[in-house]
Design a protein around this ligand. Structure first.
Ligand SMILES: [Zn+2]
Length: 81
């Protein structure tokens, strides 16, 4: 899920979406170095994922979903046995 963006108010630009905060921080450092000679522009901001996005990576969410389904199947099986 691409959800992090770097916004520079001075240049009025926003980076393409980045999948991780680490990657968008690298992009921020690159922008500071190239566009502002290493200075920190006023009003810059890292926009995080939307609040309604569930936490964790897709793999983590898949594992949690698999565990929940397994528990449900076991519970059903125990009731039927
Ligand atoms: Zn800038």
């Amino acid at each position: 899920m691409s959800s992090y963006r770097y916004r520079c108010e001075q240049c009025r630009t926003t980076s393409p979406p980045m999948p991780t905060r680490r990657e968008v921080e690298v992009e921020r450092d690159r922008h500071r170095a190239l566009a502002h000679a290493g200075h920190i522009p006023d009003g810059e901001e890292i926009k995080g994922p939307p609040a309604n996005e569930p936490p964790g990576t897709p793999l983590q969410r898949a594992i949690v979903t698999a565990i929940v389904i397994t528990i449900f199947v076991i519970a059903t099986w125990v009731r039927l046995a």
